[in-house]
Design a protein around this ligand. Structure first.
Ligand SMILES: Cc1cc2nc3c(=O)[nH]c(=O)nc-3n(C[C@H](O)[C@H](O)[C@H](O)COP(=O)(O)OP(=O)(O)OC[C@H]3O[C@@H](n4cnc5c(N)ncnc54)[C@H](O)[C@@H]3O)c2cc1C
Ligand code: FES
Length: 288
């Protein structure tokens, strides 16, 4: 069953942007950056994995950006983004100490009921390209409590080694070192001389994972083109639609279910998503 909007915002005002200071910026690669930020007027962002904030750059506009950090008890949070347009290009030109504004967190993410469904199961997380940014929030929530899950497998695919999220390198290496019930499988579409790992699209990793379909929950994050191929590969391995969660990106304006920009056959993606159970949206022709 689809879940309604989980709105947490400063002073219960959904429209009022609030200031956040950039503490640190790291480059993932030549197109993408990781921003560490701190709220100036609130003790904690209060997000759950899968939610997003509306980032406002005065004079440039607003854009929805996923919260890449796991839920925290302090006023810090992180965003990772690719510079593609007005807001993201301007944000990528800023420096530590600069102030931006945000609204949120907004959207339906991995709430307690989904986390409860995941407990004891094998989690198969499929992240393509910048899809790793939003799902990192979930991964970093799950890793410290990994004993509650049968296994956590992260499948991460990029176009080339240069496109990998360089600022997460240490975290990816830690996942490999953990061993036990945690595994990381990576692939790139195009080879370069220094790459010794898998080559091929992300679906080529799915047959390499040993899982029991009834005891597995898959989570898909990536560019729209990836979804239908990953879904087919999961179907081939007999994972049911109820055991697949995915995040959908749609053009958004208000982020809070008022303007209709994100609507998909009556579903407001900003409100009932961006995280959906596939069984709830499979019949929607606008999904892919
Ligand atoms: C829930 C959610 C979470 C997201 N999380 C992230 C994230 O974590 N990191 C990240 O990098 N991005 C994320 N995005 C994507 C990001 O919000 C968009 O790329 C956003 O458009 C960037 O804003 P901008 O002002 O920089 O670019 P825009 O000015 O909006 O331009 C972006 C691109 O879209 C094109 N474009 C602009 N308007 C239209 C239009 N009306 N129709 C078709 N094409 C158009 C532009 O030419 C350009 O190529 C997320 C989106 C959603 C919905
Ligand atoms: S973005 Fe306005 S209704 Fe979803």
């Amino acid at each position: 069953m689809r879940t309604k909007l989980n709105l947490q915002t400063k002073d219960n005002n959904l429209y009022m942007p609030e200031p956040a200071r950039i503490i640190k910026i790291e480059s993932h690669n030549d197109k993408e950056k990781l921003f560490q930020l701190e709220l100036l007027e609130r003790k904690t962002l209060g997000n759950i994995p899968g939610q997003f904030v509306q980032v406002l750059i005065l004079g440039y506009g607003e854009a929805p950006i996923s919260i890449t950090s796991a839920p925290r008890n302090d006023n810090k949070f992180e965003l990772s983004l690719r510079a593609v347009g007005d807001v993201t290009n301007k944000l990528c030109s800023l420096k530590a100490g600069d102030i931006i504004h945000i609204r949120g967190p907004f959207g339906h993410g991995f709430d307690d009921s989904i986390i409860a469904r995941m407990r004891g199961k094998h989690l198969l997380i499929v992240a393509g390209g910048t899809g790793l940014f939003p799902v990192r929030s979930l991964i970093n929530k799950l890793l410290p409590e990994r004993n509650k899950y049968k296994k956590i497998s992260l499948l991460y695919g990029c176009k080339s080694p240069q496109d990998r999220a360089g600022a997460y390198e240490a975290e990816l290496k830690t996942m490999v070192k953990i061993g036990e019930n945690v595994e990381l499988l990576e692939t790139v579409d195009k080879v370069s001389s220094e790459w010794t790992g898998n080559v091929g699209v992300i679906t080529t990793l799915i047959p390499k994972v040993d899982f029991v379909p009834e005891e597995t929950i898959a989570v898909i994050y990536g560019p729209p083109i990836m979804y239908k191929f990953v879904l087919k590969a999961l179907k081939d391995r007999k994972i049911s639609n109820e055991n697949i969660y995915m995040s959908l990106e749609r053009r958004m304006r208000c982020g809070i279910g008022k303007c209709g920009h994100c609507q998909m056959e009556g579903i407001y993606v900003c409100q009932e998503g961006p995280v959906f159970n596939y069984a709830d949206i499979e019949a929607n022709e606008e999904v892919f």
